[in-house]
Design a protein around this ligand. Sequence first.
Ligand SMILES: Nc1ncnc2c1ncn2[C@@H]1O[C@H](COP(=O)(O)OP(=O)(O)OP(=O)(O)O)[C@@H](O)[C@H]1O
Length: 292
Amino acid sequence: MTDILTVHRLVKRFKSVTAVNDISFSVSPGQCFGLLGPNGAGKTTTIEMMEGISKPSSGEVRLFGEPADRRAYERIGIQFQNTALQDYLTVEETLKLFAAFYPVTLPREELIELCSLGDFLDRDTRRLSGGQRQRLLLALALINDPDLVFLDEPTTGLDPQSRRNFWELVQGIKRRGKTIVLTTHYMDEAQVLCDDIAIMDQGRIIERGSPEALLSRHFDGVMVHLPKSAAEGRTLPFEVLELDDRLEIQTGQVDRTVQQLTAAGIPLDGLQVKSPNLEDLFLKLTGHALRA
Ligand SMILES: Nc1ncnc2c1ncn2[C@@H]1O[C@H](COP(=O)(O)OP(=O)(O)OP(=O)(O)O)[C@@H](O)[C@H]1O
């Protein structure tokens, strides 16, 4: 099957800064591809080159199996972090306004249902809550019934409930067979939505794969956490990672680890056992949390 999006040896330089440094990857149809990385990693610069908003210094972007051109860009939808909406228009009027720009559009009723806009169609867009505004921006990204949708940090600033609601909408879009490219600072979001992930740092891709494959590649078993105070003045019988306020032991055999801790006289108060998630992987690979 032809890849929907291919990026080949993409480079972007801004004077002395190489924001994107020779990256290559491809996205298969129907997948949700996550581009993750700390602040300044080069995600936005990469996304803007894929969307055709900025020109690469070198390298190539291919869309739908062809070099990206005007016709290909008509088949994409973009949810920007900040889209200026026309003042004094309601949600319904805004949908009509944006639909007028395209020769082919998704039927309005379908769009309203897909993005759960039904309850606030008559509301002035300046009066929308954060979650409602994001749903409207998603609808605008889908208005031309695109095959490929770019979502750039779509849930930043939303409360946990609105984020979850938004995830459901994205899953609905996936079920319709659309391909999605997502950037996010939330690892739980990436874990729920993404089939494939690329982690960027300093302009390069440092890891790539499904969330499950990445976790099993980097972690063996589970993590045992202990408060730092537990080990004060004692030598632990195995390798320990020092985090801010706690110690971390990776182990494939929790019961054996607990026995060893007890034998070493370590108090077990506050002990926690945790399965590794993408947040842990991110910390391990980049040395810092996403919002540093
Ligand atoms: N127009 C520009 N001129 C000069 N430098 C730029 C420009 N745009 C981006 N950069 C630099 O390129 C690097 C990558 O920036 P980019 O915005 O792509 O990162 P990001 O991963 O999207 O970060 P964030 O998560 O903070 O949005 C940074 O060092 C940034 O300062």
